[in-house]
Design a protein around this ligand. Structure first.
Ligand code: MGD
Ligand code: MGD
Ligand code: SF4
Ligand code: MO
Length: 910
């Protein structure tokens, strides 16, 4: 690589622009000051991108060669085999026996090809994407309200609003750069921030008000707000008269649902009095908070309502979206500066996927598979002779169709459904029954790849070239800065090769992604008379040089009546994408989540994200500094529930639902309301014995969007009391499959396994034999300490003076500094005292025992922060920043720093 490369972050939907530059040991990454999404900022995940690439090189976890039936093959063989098997399936069972399951992490060009190939040439409507688990409810909500799947606002709106409502969004952890922008805006002009979330999240750190609503009650909340706005004359009747239909009916339904503040409070679980609030340990009565919230909504014209998975992942997700949009339409607050409903998207190209029509109920370029004119138009444009009207299976139904044998071949690209789908064991069963499973991935081991007959190595972020669209409709380039690794190839290339081998040659002869993008742009304006909001016709003839020079722009970028460079906001003039130009308010009513708690499953489990992990951990799980924040999945619950179910903080719990079970470390937390527990979505069978929670989820879906209800899972919890617990450090992977509990985390230079067992076991056999037997270093030897009475055992596998693995076992969880031991594993020659300390299980600096990483930008742990508070009199996050730099990078840890200060300061004052 020569100079700097401007590219886009491959993680969240903020879509930050990054600059990658050459550095002594590889590359350095920083925020692009010219990118409108982040203006130079980044977060902990973005900052650790190079770590994940380095891990890839050092730890051999990339999928580098195609494999067919377990044998490594070259591309011509892989292409021929894939094409032959797909063709044979089509010949025997018809085109509709083939399905693609793709992802918002494909680039637009990849996505366009996937959609064109299966719908236009294979002739099957069955393509769906992991966006079904993510944004499908918003797509329905947008279409019902605006006539098109459009996010009207832009990021600047968060900065110029007077009131920002975050509902079902943990912005601080999931869209950290947007959160930074919001935090700064608040510092500047005192933006009021309201968080609506059953649990107290890191996003509450900068909130003026937290409404800990009952899970699933958002429709009631926004219905209550609408009824109240109407009753108190706070709606914009002029705007409604000109631009909105359905007002009366929506208000009538809202009033029937929640006629006043008291009934709203009751429905939302906010009817608690002041003082004894066990919800999130906050002051103030629920009713009082609701009154404040309604009052602020009425008072501030410049209001933005940000919503994400707490809204979408619900059996009433689509109605939640419309209930929110209703309140904005009723007040004329759509697409105006500082004033809009705002769906923040999850994946880097969640939006691009919606633009190419990657969902089973979309066609392409905002066209409708059920509209015969649209189908005819796309058919002519693609020169397809097989495209037919009709929708395909949505994700849950697709895997059911695989299970029952209706689908005989599935091609999974850039997603890990064996982990991320609800009722994951059933998804696994379906995959195991499917005669042909093709998986394209960048890494060589995922839960889904374990079911693949054909594995296709895809190029990774650093090697890929194409475009993504972020949450504010901004299209920007991902540019490669690293050569293709091994035989890995870009996803579009893989698909076009196979398409050509299947005989669809003419339609799939592309030389580079620029040609695909131009075709996609041309389709977007093809016979588009303005009823399709998505139009990027300005790019219809773009060639490689222009494409390579692309600077970020917001769609639409039409050739008709529009200046070059895109549009910041849409619908500000009150003209919508419906046939009469009016937006629609929808009459919606609160409905109960589909599965309810009962005696056997008395708790509601909610699921979501950690700050430093990305989904199923295939990339972030490889970086030590990202794994240090939360090395294990935690079952978070309120102290009352912990007592009731006999769980202790730091102990283990078995979690059961009618669908499956999981095993997790318990964390007692006042962020959880009684009756509600929280679990992360990230762990899987590669990183844990039983940390995957997809197995617990019922496959309940929203009736309109088909989006699964991942945030409401009735469960039971019970203690798991191990006979022994261990901590294992190893340079090589360890097979712990016969242990009931283990979790693997990437440490600095080695893997660290937390283990717990309920059966006696030969501990020494767990210690792995080093991979590189360097004969000069002599034979391996195990040094050990055993206290059979206490059940304490410590082992270190040594080669000369180098430790290659270490295991600590006791009746309780060994309290050892992970960093200290990982450091010893990387040391050439450990000293005598270190050897003694190791076997004594006592580390030199006792304070570091309970250390945990807080600031991943500057690698600052709890121990150093505590020292700064107690020894250097730090009393604020600014002090900590000055002394340790912690919190001065991406700022994602500021809320935790504040908590640590709050916990430590009263004691310091004593
Ligand atoms: N660190 C990190 N960032 C990510 C990702 C990641 O994996 N890791 N993934 C990206 C993706 S794809 C997505 S989709 C986004 C998701 O971003 P978010 O939606 O912000 O993240 P989640 O943690 O899934 O859920 C948000 C919140 O919804 C709350 N919630 C649960 N039930 C309800 C309810 O009934 N009502 C309301 N109002 N709230 C509820 C949860 O308690 C949770 O705090 O994050 C993106 N960013
Ligand atoms: N319980 C619960 N479940 C959930 C959620 C939740 O909140 N709770 N959230 C849901 C949501 S919003 C989402 S978005 C999904 C995410 O779930 P998934 O999409 O299943 O998760 P990822 O780990 O992002 O999977 C991406 C896969 O693509 C691979 N990959 C990365 N880059 C490329 C590439 O360029 N090409 C190819 N071919 N492969 C690549 C990665 O290695 C990885 O295996 O999970 C959903 N599931
Ligand atoms: S905020 Fe999102 S897009 Fe920006 S650096 Fe972080 S993960 Fe990447
Ligand atoms: Mo997502």
């Amino acid at each position: 690589m020569r100079g700097e490369v401007k590219t886009t972050c491959p993680y969240c939907g903020v879509g930050c622009g990054l600059i990658v530059s050459p550095a002594r040991d590889g590359w350095a990454v920083g925020g692009d000051p010219d990118h409108p999404a982040n203006l130079g900022r980044i977060c902990s995940k973005g900052a650790a991108l190079i770590d994940t690439i380095t891990a890839e090189m050092n730890r051999d976890f990339r999928l580098l060669k195609p494999e067919v039936d377990g044998k490594t093959v070259d591309w011509p063989t892989a292409t021929r085999e894939t094409a032959d098997r797909l063709r044979a399936t089509i010949e025997q069972h018809g085109p509709k026996s083939v399905a693609f399951y793709v992802s918002g992490q494909l680039l637009t060009e990849d996505y366009y090809i996937a959609n064109k190939l299966i719908k236009g040439f294979i002739g099957s409507p069955h393509i769906d994407t992991n966006s079904r688990l993510c944004m499908a409810s918003t797509v329905v909500g947008h279409k019902r309200a605006f006539g098109a799947d459009v996010v009207p606002g832009c990021y600047e709106d968060l900065e110029i609003a007077d009131l920002v409502i975050l509902t079902g969004s943990n912005l601080a952890w999931c869209h950290p750069v947007l959160n930074q922008r919001l935090r700064m805006a608040k510092e500047k002009h005192g933006t009021k921030i309201v968080v609506i979330d059953p649990r107290k999240t890191a996003s509450c750190d900068i909130a003026d008000l937290h409404l800990p609503i009952k899970p699933g009650s958002d429709v009631a909340l926004f219905n209550g707000l609408l009824a109240w706005l109407d009753q108190n004359g706070h709606t914009d009747l002029k705007y409604i008269a000109r631009h909105v239909s359905g007002y009366e009916a929506a208000v009538a339904e809202a009033r029937a649902d929640c006629p006043d503040i008291a009934s709203t409070a009751k429905k939302c679980g906010l009817d608690y009095p002041a003082g004894i609030n066990e919800h999130s340990n906050e002051d103030g009565s629920g009713l009082g908070k609701l009154e404040t919230f309604f009052g602020w909504f009425a008072a501030f014209d410049r209001t933005v309502t940000v919503f994400s998975q707490g809204v979408n992942q619900s059996s009433s997700g689509s109605d939640k979206v419309n209930a929110i949009i209703n309140t904005h339409l009723a007040t004329g607050r759509v697409g105006k500066p500082g004033s809009s409903p705002f769906s923040v998207t999850g994946q880097p190209n969640a939006m691009g996927g919606r633009e190419v029509g990657g969902l089973a109920n979309q066609l392409a370029a905002h066209m409708d598979p059920n509209d015969v004119n649209d189908v005819d138009r796309v058919k002519r444009f693609w020169k397809s002779d097989i495209l037919e009207p009709g929708e395909g299976y949505k994700a849950v139904d697709m895997f059911r169709a695989i299970e029952t044998g209706k689908i005989k071949a599935v091609w999974v690209m850039a997603t890990n459904p064996a982990v991320s789908m609800p009722d994951a064991d059933r998804v696994r069963l379906a995959l195991s029954r499917c005669p042909l499973v093709i998986v394209s991935d960048t890494v060589n081991d995922t839960d889904t790849l374990r079911y693949a007959h054909i594995k296709l190595p895809a190029a990774g972020w650093a090697e890929k070239s194409g475009t993504v669209t972020n949450s504010e409709r901004c299209i920007s380039r991902q540019r490669p800065f690293r050569d293709l690794q091994g035989d890995a190839k870009p996803d579009w290339w893989i698909m076009t090769q196979i398409a050509q081998a299947m005989g669809y040659g003419k339609a799939f002869k592309y030389h580079d992604p620029a040609e695909i993008f131009a075709e996609h742009a041309a389709l977007s304006e093809f016979e588009n008379e303005g009823l399709r909001a998505f139009d990027i016709g300005q790019w219809h003839k773009a060639k490689k040089p222009a494409y390579d020079a692309m600077t970020p722009f917001q769609w639409p970028a039409s050739r008709k009546n529009q200046p070059a460079g895109g549009a910041e906001r849409l619908y500000g003039n009150g003209i919508f994408t419906t046939s009469n130009g009016r937006a629609r308010m929808l009459a919606v009513q609160q409905t109960a989540p589909l599965s309810q708690t009962n005696k056997e499953f008395p708790l509601v489990a909610n699921s979501g994200r950690y700050r430093d992990q990305w989904h199923t951990m295939t990339r972030t799980g490889t970086a030590a500094r990202l794994s240090a924040h939360r090395p294990e999945p935690l079952l978070e619950l309120n102290i009352c529930d912990a007592k009731r179910y006999k769980l202790i903080d730091g102990g283990l719990a078995r979690i059961k639902s009618p669908q499956g079970t999981a095993l997790m470390r318990v964390s007692i937390s006042d962020a959880q309301a009684p009756g509600d527990v929280f679990m992360p979505m990230h762990w899987n069978d590669v990183f844990s014995s039983a940390g995957g929670i997809g197995r617990l989820l019922p496959a309940n879906v929203d009736p309109y969007s088909g989006q699964p209800e991942s945030k409401y899972i009735p469960v039971s919890v019970e203690p798991f009391e191990p006979l022994w617990q261990g901590l294992l450090f190893s340079n090589t992977p360890v097979d712990l499959s016969n242990q009931p509990y283990w979790v693997a985390a990437t440490g600095p230079g080695c893997m660290i396994y937390e283990i717990a067992g309920d059966q006696p076991c030969l501990f020494k056999s767990m210690l792995p034999v080093a991979a590189n037997s360097d004969s000069d270093a002599g034979p391996e030897q195990i040094i050990e300490y055993n206290d059979g009475k206490k059940g304490v055992h410590r082992y270190a596998r040594m080669r000369k003076d180098r430790i290659t693995g270490a295991l600590f076992v006791g009746p309780d969880r060994p309290a050892l500094g992970r960093d200290w031991i990982s450091g010893l594993l990387g040391t050439d020659a450990i000293s005598g005292p270190e050897r003694i300390a190791l076997l004594a299980g006592r580390m030199p600096d006792a304070r570091a025992i309970n250390d945990r990483l807080i600031c991943s930008c500057f690698s600052v742990g709890l121990a150093a922060i505590t020292r700064a508070i107690h020894e250097q009199n730090a009393v604020s996050t600014t002090d900590i920043g000055r002394l340790l730099q912690a919190g001065t990078g991406c700022g994602s840890c500021l809320s935790e720093l504040k908590e640590i200060l709050d916990d430590a300061l009263p004691r310091a004052a004593e």
